[in-house]
Design a protein around this ligand. Structure first.
Ligand code: SAM
Length: 253
C-alpha cells in the first residue's frame, strides 16, 4: 500500500528546509507576479506553513491559504501570522466562482489526489484574466538526484505523483487556461563527496515526501546502501540537482 506523507506529523519541523535553502528565486518570481498584475485576492493551494504567503503580506492584498493538514495550518497561523486559512482538499475547492485574481501552488500539486479536478476548480474560481501559477519539479525530465539511485521505487513513485510539464500544460488547456510561459525559475545544485553525504539535511527521513513516504525498513535499506558505497568508493560524488519550474496560465473570457 502506498504511504501518503503525514503532514500533521512533520509540521513542527517542516520549515527547517527553508533554513537550508530559502528558494529565493521562487519567492522573487511569486512576488513579481503578485505585484505587477491587477491582483487583489490571492489563494495558495496547499499552502502548508505559509512560507509563501508570508512575503506577500507586505503587498497589502487579500490572502487565502488552503491546506489539508490542520497542523501545517496552525503553524501558518501562529508562526507565520497568516490569516484567511481554510482546511480543505485542493481537489474540492470550498469557494465560489470568479473570486481570485491569482491562484498559486508551490511544491504541492503532486499530493493532490485528483489533479484534473484541482485544475477545474482553480479555473472556475479565477476571475477573467486571473492567473494560475504552478511551481513544481518535473522528474520526467530531471532525475539527477542521488536519492533516486539508492532508495528503491522512489523515482518510479515520483513519476506517478508529479505531473510532467507537458501534462500540466494539457490540464490547463482542458479548462481554457492559456499557458503564457513555462520556465525554469530556480536550480538547486550541490555535490557531496563520500561521507559528506550524511551531512545532507535532505537525507533525513522527514525532510522531503520522497523519504517520508518510505517505511522505516525501506529507508534503512537505502541508508545502508549509501554507507556501503562510501566505504568502497570514498570519492563517490552524491549529486543533488533539483529544478523548480513555473507554469503560468491565464483565464480567458
Ligand atoms: C510539500 S508541502 C508544500 C507546502 C507549501 N506550499 C510550501 O511550498 O512550503 C505540501 C502541502 O500540500 C498539502 N496537501 C497535501 N494534499 C493536499 C490536498 N489534497 N489538499 C490540500 N492540501 C494538500 C500538505 O498538507 C502540505 O502542507
Amino acid at each position: 500500500m502506498e504511504i501518503k506523507t503525514n503532514y500533521n506529523e512533520i509540521a513542527s519541523t517542516y520549515d527547517e528546509r527553508y533554513e537550508v535553502n530559502y528558494l529565493t528565486a521562487v519567492e522573487q518570481s511569486l512576488l513579481s507576479i503578485a505585484s505587477e498584475n491587477n491582483v487583489y485576492k490571492i489563494l495558495e493551494a496547499g499552502c502548508g506553513t505559509g512560507r509563501w504567503l508570508k512575503p506577500l503580506h507586505k503587498l497589502n492584498i487579500k490572502l487565502f491559504g488552503l491546506d489539508y493538514s490542520i497542523q501545517m495550518l496552525k503553524i501558518a497561523k501562529d508562526a507565520n501570522n497568516t490569516e484567511g486559512l481554510v482546511n480543505a482538499d485542493a481537489s474540492n475547492f470550498p469557494f465560489k466562482s470568479n473570486l481570485f485574481d491569482l491562484i498559486f501552488c508551490i511544491n504541492a500539486i503532486h499530493h493532490f489526489p485528483d489533479k484534473k479536478k484541482f485544475f477545474s476548480d482553480a479555473a472556475s474560481c479565477l476571475n477573467v484574466n486571473g492567473l494560475l501559477c504552478i511551481y513544481s519539479v518535473d522528474p520526467h525530465i530531471d532525475k539527477n538526484w542521488y536519492v533516486y539511485d539508492f532508495f528503491d521505487g522512489v523515482y518510479e513513485k515520483d513519476l506517478m505523483r508529479f505531473p510532467s510539464l507537458n501534462e500540466t500544460k494539457n490540464f490547463c488547456a482542458m479548462f481554457d487556461l492559456q499557458v503564457e510561459e513555462q520556465i525554469l525559475v530556480e536550480r538547486v545544485y550541490n555535490s557531496r563527496t563520500g561521507d559528506e553525504v550524511f551531512s545532507d539535511p535532505f537525507l533525513k527521513k522527514n525532510m522531503n515526501s520522497q523519504l517520508a513516504n518510505l517505511t522505516e525498513e525501506e529507508y534503512n535499506i537505502g541508508i545502508e546502501k549509501i554507507k556501503q558505497k562510501t566505504t568502497y568508493q570514498p570519492d563517490k560524488k552524491f549529486i543533488t540537482e533539483i529544478n523548480f519550474y513555473l507554469t503560468k496560465a491565464s483565464k480567458g473570457i
